[in-house]
Design a binder for this molecule. Structure first.
Ligand code: 1QQ
Length: 420
């Protein structure tokens, strides 16, 4: 008995030691960040191929978002925001003097890609936690893996119902559709109080879009509007003639679309080409200027609710906005701000944990657990404003906005203008 427990103790010490060694290796790892490959990306200009701290050791934080596939239209904005956060916090001294090092793994656009990226980040890159994935659809596949491995995850853009409930290690900085989406319907009614008939469209093969359309449809009913049709499509569709024609025959004066950027943009374009003149609301999947090349001048006027405004007061947003504008020559989008906030939550929480016991002296599994606890306890002054979390990991955030797309007449460029 005595010998057995001694052996067990020796084994535990050994396991602890090898974990420490593994963590030390992870700290000194310096793999360069791959640049997103999707065309039209801010990174495609070659401005942000590897992070400034890629040649130095640092505390490894994983970023698992879509850098390829159609979902990269959304994910590349997250890469940009995360990289700005990495430089910003390292310039400010990192974690009490030790820099952070973001480790990027491309999830692609589906669940399996997210699962693979998360597994690599957890077991090979030995990150302290993960910012990702891009889609709720991917989160429902990959988050349970991180949760079982006791690795904290901050969802930067997962807005479907049920994300924080996946597990104790899952939180998000992306406010849920129930809080964000109704704002755009109210804004549409302010612009046109005569709206009566509403046509709703949604991508039925995606968890977020199914969740968002439920909220949109409920809001339509709550506002005493008439839901004249619900049309379904796939995020991979490009031809929407049958859905658009069926809806327009019912003469709606508001169209609401829950899709992703490419399919959503094509549906906007085809509705306009078929002569639809009423207001269009796009959901969170259309919330990117990468929509502009898809519907060009016909994107004009689309309303999209926002969980971020470039005008958000506060020092951190001012610094983030300036860094983004100087790099990309436009205002920062919501997905970049949310990814910045996701990295910031890790940084701020790591600082507290490190003050209690030096991060470098903690075994990785213990550190991940302590970090997760602190994440849920903290308050954060981010570009999204002051945020915190419920004990379940749901974001508590105060300010929300609605923006309207304004395109130049020739459709070659545009911007989001925030409504008052
Ligand atoms: C989700 C989303 C995406 C459309 C954001 C990129 O909100 O999947 O939850």
């Amino acid at each position: 008995m005595y010998i057995m427990s001694l052996t067990l103790k020796a084994m535990q010490t050994k396991a602890r030691f090898s974990l420490l060694v593994a963590f030390a290796i992870a700290l000194s790892a310096c793999s360069p960040n791959p640049a997103p490959t999707a065309s039209g990306s801010p990174q495609a200009s070659g401005t942000a191929t590897s992070s400034p701290s890629s040649s130095v050791a640092g505390i490894a934080i994983g970023v698992g978002v879509a850098q390829t596939s159609n979902v990269a239209l959304l994910g590349q904005e997250e890469v940009a925001g995360a990289k700005i956060a990495e430089k910003y916090f390292n310039d400010k001294g990192g974690i009490n003097g030790t820099p952070i090092k973001l480790v990027f793994q491309d999830t692609g656009g589906d669940e399996q890609g997210a699962i693979n990226a998360f597994q690599t980040l957890i077991t090979k890159d030995k990150v302290v936690g993960i910012v990702g994935p891009t889609l709720s659809q991917q989160a429902f596949g990959a988050d349970p893996i991180a949760d079982r491995a006791k690795v904290p995850v901050i969802g930067p853009s997962n807005t479907a119902k049920g994300i924080p409930q996946i597990g104790d290690f899952i939180a998000r900085v992306s406010a849920p559709v129930s809080v964000v989406a109704p704002n755009s319907v109210k804004a549409a009614l302010k612009i046109n109080p005569n709206i009566k008939k509403v046509a709703v469209f949604y991508a039925q093969n995606d968890a977020f879009n199914k969740s968002e359309t439920e909220i949109f449809q409920q809001t339509v009913k709550d506002q005493k509007l008439e839901l004249v049709t619900v049309q379904k499509f796939q995020t991979t569709d490009t031809d929407f003639q049958s859905q658009a024609t069926a809806a327009l025959n019912l003469k709606p004066d508001l169209a609401i679309i829950s899709g992703l950027a490419a399919d959503g943009g094509n549906l906007v374009r085809q509705l306009r080409e078929l002569g639809y003149k009423g207001l269009i609301i796009g959901g969170n999947g259309l919330n990117t200027s990468n929509l502009f090349p898809v519907c060009k001048a016909l994107c004009d006027g689309v309303l999209i609710a926002q969980a971020y405004s470039p005008e958000q007061p506060g020092d951190v947003n001012a610094a983030f906005r300036e860094a983004y504008r100087s790099q990309f020559k436009k205002e920062p989008p919501q997905f970049s701000a949310q990814a910045f906030a996701g990295v910031q939550v890790f940084v701020d929480a790591l600082k507290v944990v490190d003050k209690q016991t030096k991060v470098s002296q903690q075994a990785l599994p213990d550190l991940r657990v302590a970090l997760n606890k602190q994440i849920l306890l903290g308050k954060y002054s981010t570009p999204l404003g002051e945020i915190s979390f419920t004990p379940e990991g749901e974001i508590v955030q105060k300010a929300f906005y609605v923006a309207q797309i304004k395109m130049d007449a020739d459709g070659s460029s545009g911007k989001f203008t925030y409504l008052k």
